[in-house]
Design a protein around this ligand. Structure first.
Ligand SMILES: Nc1ncnc2c1ncn2[C@@H]1O[C@H](COP(=O)(O)OP(=O)(O)OP(=O)(O)O)[C@@H](O)[C@H]1O
Ligand SMILES: [Mg+2]
Length: 317
């Protein structure tokens, strides 16, 4: 009887083991089945979270949080592609419409001139939008910048003012530049072209939103906290409800600028990326009817980096 009992006990033990393992793995299988159902088309679904207080629950919660982030990123990419397509399509539609009109009749010299003026305006807009989209694609690719050059923020600011002088003059807006470098040169380790675009974008906006006779002030300062460039205007200002979305791509506040011409709605998104890619930040303070100030702040460059011949990099100041 004793010997006959051994196989039976073994059988019972393995059956029991199988049953217990099955029970133990049931929650794992449920999570696994949930994971297998997921796909690019079902990004809204989430894994079942077991009631237990163990690793499996934490794993499911972590994966669900990851899915939240993926879904958000996916949606913002979809929105971006839709907005970009719309922005590219609008000038193309206008151009096509104008060409159709011209095909149906022989235009007078004035009509031809007007067509060429309007066509070249739309082409400028298309070019600007495509250039801006390429900059943002570079931003999204996440490639690090070459930050080996010590760039003088004051020189960048003066160049931006010079480039925009004809635009400011045509608008009747004065521009002033003030540099305070008692605490050291306003140096930023980075890409001079991108830093130039940042100041250009802020200044362009400031002039666009100022009325004739007003002044736009650019101030470059340095202190222990870093170097900063601030662009202040006394124009229309921005309504508080528009402030949170200002730096989003294609965010154009519905208030038209006194200059009329619409931009691409990408300038501030690009400027924010440029500031952050240089370990800096871009902030805004604005009040309707009083004006706005946009400030880009960058960490202070270690002294050694301001001398190209210096052999080694010192610890961050
Ligand atoms: N200095 C400012 N004063 C008032 N409103 C501003 C100012 N700067 C930006 N804005 C508002 O923020 C919106 C977004 O600015 P952003 O520079 O990103 O786009 P844009 O100027 O319309 O186009 P782009 O710069 O791409 O040509 C603007 O459309 C405008 O409504
Ligand atoms: Mg702009």
């Amino acid at each position: 009887l004793f010997y006959a009992g051994i196989p039976a006990a073994l059988l019972l033990a393995s059956l029991g083991g199988w049953w217990m393992a099955g029970r133990a793995f049931r929650p794992v299988n449920r999570v696994l089945a949930g994971a297998q159902r997921l796909g690019a088309q079902r990004l809204g679904e989430r894994l079942p979270v077991p009631d237990s207080d163990d690793e499996l629950r934490r794993l499911a919660l972590t994966l669900n949080r990851l899915l939240d982030e993926i879904e958000r990123a996916f949606q913002s990419q979809q929105r971006f592609v839709a907005d970009a397509s719309h922005e590219l399509k609008t000038p193309l539609t206008i151009l096509r419409g104008e060409i159709e009109i011209l095909r149906k009749k022989t235009p007078s010299p004035e009509e031809s001139r007007e067509f060429l003026r309007s066509a070249s305006e739309e082409l400028d807009r298309l070019t600007q939008t495509v250039e801006n989209l390429l900059i943002l694609a570079r931003a999204d690719a996440g490639r690090p910048l070459d930050r080996s050059r010590a760039v003088r923020l004051d020189e960048v600011a003066v160049q931006a003012v010079e480039r925009l002088m004809p635009f400011a003059r045509a608008a009747g807006v004065r521009c002033s530049v003030r540099v305070e470098d008692a605490a050291g040169e306003p140096l930023v380790g980075g890409d001079p072209d991108l830093l130039g675009s940042l100041v250009f974008n802020l200044l362009h906006n400031a002039i666009k939103h100022s009325a004739a006779g007003q002044t736009v002030e650019v101030a470059v300062t340095t202190d222990a906290g870093g170097s900063r460039v601030a662009v202040r205007d006394h124009g229309a200002g921005i309504r508080p409800e528009n402030l949170p979305h200002l730096f989003e791509r294609f965010s154009r506040a519905r208030t038209p600028s006194p200059r009329g011409a619409e931009g691409t709605g990408l300038g501030l998104a690009i400027s924010k990326w440029i500031a952050e890619a240089h370990d800096g930040r871009l902030e805004v303070e604005s009040r309707p009817a009083e004006g706005s100030v946009f400030t880009a702040t960058f960490p202070r460059l270690p002294i050694e980096e301001s001398h190209p011949a210096a052999p080694a990099r010192a610890a961050d100041a």
